[in-house]
Design a protein around this ligand. Structure first.
Ligand SMILES: NC(=O)c1ccc[n+]([C@@H]2O[C@H](COP(=O)([O-])OP(=O)(O)OC[C@H]3O[C@@H](n4cnc5c(N)ncnc54)[C@H](OP(=O)(O)O)[C@@H]3O)[C@@H](O)[C@H]2O)c1
Length: 335
């Protein structure tokens, strides 16, 4: 069969008079962008960026109809690149996938070879998606913390948004590396967070200081923030001297109400994370860490495996913030 005649299903977002709507649609390979490698998607994941794309956020996706899905794993169907051949198992995460290039909510994707990672050692395709951009982001942030000298001996590291995808993996990997992890969450989900390795649970309010002070009593040695806003500011202001704080998300706000004092008096390092644009050599290096000792022990309990028909429900749970962990889509034969 000629590939251009293959049809597949995708959960596509349409701009309608009533707003942006997700509909399962029959698509043709010929509708996909003209890139080098055609991949049959077996597993994909749902990230916060996909939620934003599904709501019509034009900062993420400019043109609709569109198929979100920034994470996908599957098998090469055809390749115009020497780097990959039919049958190869591959993983694609980030770059423009699911943003303005049709992504993993569909049965096929067609991407440049430069975006593709061969299936990492010690992982199955399903496991790469259980980890997904969330786990990769957690690993990238932790890699940066370690580069800045953060180590278990310095004291506890706080993780905010701890029951979310990135937060859950950050708790798991940090505790696996021997850190004392304080998990901060807006949910009553102590058992889940303890099972990931958190030694102390903080309520969200405990890391949301409203005193207006420039510096707070130093309480933690470092922090992995996933929510931004005043919570990130609190984590910076309450960090012990020379500690590091990572930033990757903005669900609690995009403003950062801090003065320069935590930086110039306490020497705090604020470390930015951009997983999507991680260069390939660094990307492979992080996967190597993940294939080795960093592989989360509880991939299965962090990932909720769903069918493509349940994507709408999962996006709704993300809107309400009612889910824990991460959603992974198992594509059926005809999807
Ligand atoms: N920069 C990057 O490269 C990169 C990569 C991946 C993700 N991200 C970003 O990182 C963030 C987290 O991603 P994710 O996949 O973990 O998302 P997620 O699964 O939706 O988790 C976000 C978590 O944030 C907490 N939260 C929700 N609403 C909040 C609010 N109003 N105030 C404070 N906390 C709130 C909740 O945790 P609790 O209930 O436990 O508090 C929620 O589970 C997102 O903003 C995402 O866009 C960035």
């Amino acid at each position: 069969m000629q590939t251009h005649s293959i049809s597949y299903k995708a959960y596509r977002i349409f701009e309608t008079q009533e707003g942006f709507k997700g509909i399962i649609t029959q698509c043709k390979i010929s509708d996909l962008p003209e890139n080098e490698v055609l991949v049959k998607v077996l597993y994909s994941g749902i990230n916060y960026k996909d939620f934003l794309s599904s709501c019509g956020n034009k900062g993420i996706t400019k043109k609709y109809p569109h198929t979100p899905g920034i994470d996908a794993a599957g098998i090469v169907e055809t390749s115009a690149s020497d780097l990959f051949k039919k049958g190869d198992q591959v993983v694609i995460m980030g770059y423009d996938l699911g943003m303005n290039t049709d992504g993993g909510f569909g049965g096929y994707i067609r991407v440049p070879a430069a975006w593709i990672v061969p299936l990492p050692e010690n992982f199955t395709l399903k496991e790469t998606m259980l980890l997904g951009t969330s786990g990769f982001t957690a690993a990238l942030g932790i890699h940066k913390l370690l580069l800045m000298g953060q180590c278990p001996e310095l004291g506890p590291v706080v993780v905010s948004g701890a029951t979310g995808g990135v937060g859950s993996f950050a708790v798991e990997i940090l505790s696996g590396l021997g850190f004392e992890v304080w998990a901060a969450s807006g949910k009553q989900n102590e058992e889940y967070l303890k099972s990931l390795g958190a030694s102390k649970i903080l309520a969200r309010e405990e890391i949301n200081d409203t005193s207006g002070k420039a510096l707070l009593r130093p309480s933690w040695a470092g922090a992995f923030d996933t929510v931004g806003g005043n919570i990130l500011a609190t984590l910076v202001k309450g960090c012990k001297k020379l500690g590091s704080v990572t930033t990757c998300g903005n669900v609690a706000g995009a403003e950062l109400p801090v003065t320069v004092f935590p930086f110039i008096l306490n020497g705090i390092n604020l470390l930015g994370i951009n997983a999507a644009d991680t260069p390939m050599n660094q990307r492979l290096n992080i996967w190597k860490q993940l294939s080795g000792g960093w592989k989360p022990r509880q991939l299965e309990s962090i990932g909720n495996v769903i069918t493509p028909e349940q994507i709408g429900e999962a996006l709704e749970a993300m809107r309400n913030g009612s889910h824990s962990g991460r959603f992974v889509i198992r594509h059926e034969e005809n999807f």
